[in-house]
Write a protein that binds this ligand. Structure first.
Ligand SMILES: Cc1cc2nc3c(=O)[nH]c(=O)nc-3n(C[C@H](O)[C@H](O)[C@H](O)COP(=O)(O)OP(=O)(O)OC[C@H]3O[C@@H](n4cnc5c(N)ncnc54)[C@H](O)[C@@H]3O)c2cc1C
Length: 577
């Protein structure tokens, strides 16, 4: 069974819960984007994904990418599907009209990207970096570079890569050694080897635009000495640049995406932005990419859930217990066994709650870009800065662990290839690793975003969440209390980390999880509060959230408190709540 986009669910959350058309109506750039247009895009995108992309998922895995004499051959059907994709204008959805785009909001691209990732993670890696590359060029490249590359990156006629990682420089990009040497004509010669480059070489497009982190001569050591250089596969005069794909990796999953070792042999390139401001330029791309990776997580879990749910309705084993104690004839569908219901409903709690948070963040990105009020734009930026690392980490963690739970629903049939669930488990694992590992995201949240301002921005965001129109329900009161406990915990953590320089690194993962669970609860309260959401559809996942997800908050709280207590004992000072 191929993944089928559940466009009604997506629309219910986007319109019924998040009120997206009204929020976008406040932005002059999107004043014309009404609900009808958005629904049409969701439906057409869903149709394209179901008809053209989902059917290639299995061949992408089984045939995979082939490497011969420096060339990468994509799995059968991938090139045709990509050509159809860009010619239909999908990559340009949220690019500016002056660059040939359709000028639609980023939230529409987020929805499309979730559906693509669910349908075929391997294929979707190819266009996955396009919008980030577009933003990076748009904001940082010279007028000449923009004129030459922006329209073709915006349209997707040429694909782009992000060349950061080297064999000795992964999480620590300050160790990058690739060099860029200025030439008399204003160009640069780039020399070095990058590894793990997604789509470094392929046959989907005629040209590939590599964005390469490199060090100029005499640049200081560390991350501050890095510059960003655009290195095309094919030069403007039509000659092939000296960029060589040495090999592609044999991987656990994601076989439809070539992961390349790229050698730059004094390749010709041009600087993007200021010298030694490469990381700042690249971060534009990486932040967009991180939200996309969170959406990959949501999409992959949805795909795994769809398979498991369909199987659980069909497969019959033993008698399921009845609440009234009566014995049915049996064997019953395994979907009726509480152990299986627990697995299925818990994943839905993560999928729909994760969706609300991810779409909300995409809307905040739209607001950050074009709201007329500066204070509102700043608030949106703060939301994105805090929520993006949490979403990337929580959604990708759940995609892998939840997909593995969905495999359990198949019993032994999940472990063999026939049903395709094992592919999702293998494919989804990487999302916890790339775009900054989940451990690095947790450190980013606590050490770079919470501690420096004494948790002020986080507390302000929690206060905003707590101000939602109050409702008389047990769930709402409990959510309120949880947000208040998180607020107090954040302040304790700040104080404790000031006393002990290593503490933040010990508790960063638990802190991020506590934040993620509290926000997932908040997302579900948004669903509960929406006027049209009273349907049965949301009842079981909302109960699963209460029973099997929210208790983790207390566990994380206890772990952090215990760790702070130990640190306090060691320094002989602290009294924690
Ligand atoms: C399929 C795939 C596609 C990829 N695509 C791209 C791409 O297109 N472009 C690109 O540039 N790169 C890409 N990467 C590389 C990816 O971004 C890196 O693998 C990732 O950043 C981690 O680097 P590393 O593998 O060197 O691990 P390391 O940095 O060596 O980390 C190893 C472990 O140590 C942990 N760790 C490291 N430092 C710390 C710390 N300070 N605190 C706590 N824990 C720490 C990490 O979390 C990890 O668990 C890809 C990787 C894969 C597998």
């Amino acid at each position: 069974m191929d993944y089928q986009p559940r466009t009604d669910d997506i629309a219910a959350l986007l319109f019924g819960v998040l009120d997206a058309p009204q929020q976008l109506g406040a932005l002059p750039a999107h004043a014309d984007t009404d609900g009808a247009l958005m629904r049409q895009i969701i439906d057409e995108g869903g149709r394209f994904v179901a008809e053209r992309i989902a059917p290639l998922q299995r061949t992408g895995d089984e045939t995979g990418c082939r490497f011969e004499a420096g060339q990468v051959q994509s799995p059968p059907g991938f090139r045709d599907a990509y050509q159809a994709y860009w010619q239909a204008g999908w990559p340009a959805l949220a690019c500016a009209p002056e660059h040939g785009g359709q000028g639609l909001p980023l939230v529409m691209e987020a929805v499309l990207y979730e559906m693509l990732s669910a349908a075929n993670h391997g294929w979707t890696m190819a266009p996955g970096l396009l919008h980030g590359a577009y933003d990076c060029l748009r904001h940082h490249a010279s007028a000449e570079l923009r004129e030459r590359y922006l329209p073709r990156v915006a349209s997707g006629e040429w694909l782009a890569t992000m060349c950061l990682t080297e064999s000795h420089a992964g999480s620590d990009l300050g160790l990058v050694r690739t060099r860029a040497t200025p030439q008399a004509d204003g160009s640069y010669r780039v020399a070095g080897t990058k590894i793990f480059i997604s789509g470094g070489e392929h046959d989907l497009t005629d040209n590939i635009v590599h964005l390469v982190l490199a060090r100029l001569p005499d640049a200081p050591a560390g991350p501050k000495g890095l510059s960003l250089v655009l290195v095309p596969k094919v030069l403007p005069d039509g000659r092939r640049n000296t960029v060589v794909c040495e090999r592609i990796e044999e991987k656990m999953g994601l076989h439809g995406s070539p992961t390349c070792v790229m050698r730059f042999d004094d390749a010709c390139g041009w600087l993007i932005g200021e010298p030694q401001r490469g990381l700042a330029a690249m971060f534009v791309m990486m932040n967009a990419a991180r939200l996309h990776v969170a959406l990959q997580g949501v999409g992959l879990l949805e795909a795994a859930w769809q398979k498991a749910d369909a199987y659980a309705q069909e497969r019959r084993q033993m008698r399921a217990p009845r609440t009234d104690g009566s014995a049915g004839a049996g064997p019953d569908p395994i979907a009726l066994h509480p152990a299986m219901r627990r697995i299925l409903d818990t994943q839905r709690a993560w999928i729909d709650g994760g969706r609300v948070l991810a779409y909300h963040t995409a809307l905040e990105l739209d607001i950050a870009q074009s709201h007329p009020d500066t204070a509102r734009r700043d608030a949106a930026q703060r939301w994105c800065a805090l929520v993006t690392p949490v979403l990337k980490t929580a959604c990708t963690h759940q995609a892998f662990h939840g997909a593995s739970e969905c495999l359990q629903v198949f019993g032994g049939h999940g472990y063999v290839r026939e049903w395709g669930i094992e592919q999702i488990v293998r494919d989804s694992r990487v999302a916890m690793i790339y775009e900054g590992t989940n451990e690095i995201q947790a450190i980013d949240l606590l050490v770079r975003k919470v501690l420096p301002d004494g948790a002020a921005a986080l507390c302000a965001l929690l206060d905003t969440m707590a101000q939602e129109p109050p409702r008389q329900s047990r769930g709402f009161t409990a959510m309120h209390q949880r947000l208040a406990r998180l607020r107090a915990l954040a302040q304790d953590v700040v104080a404790a980390c000031h006393r002990d320089g290593t503490l933040a690194y010990w508790i960063a993962d638990d802190f991020l999880r506590a934040v993620a669970i509290a926000w997932l609860d908040w997302a579900w309260e948004q669903i509960a509060a929406a006027p049209a959401s009273g349907g049965e559809r949301w009842t079981a996942p909302a109960q699963a959230l209460q029973s099997w997800v929210l208790p983790e908050f207390d566990m994380r709280h206890a772990i952090i408190t215990q760790r702070m207590g130990r640190a306090a004992q060691a320094t002989g000072t602290h009294d924690v709540r």
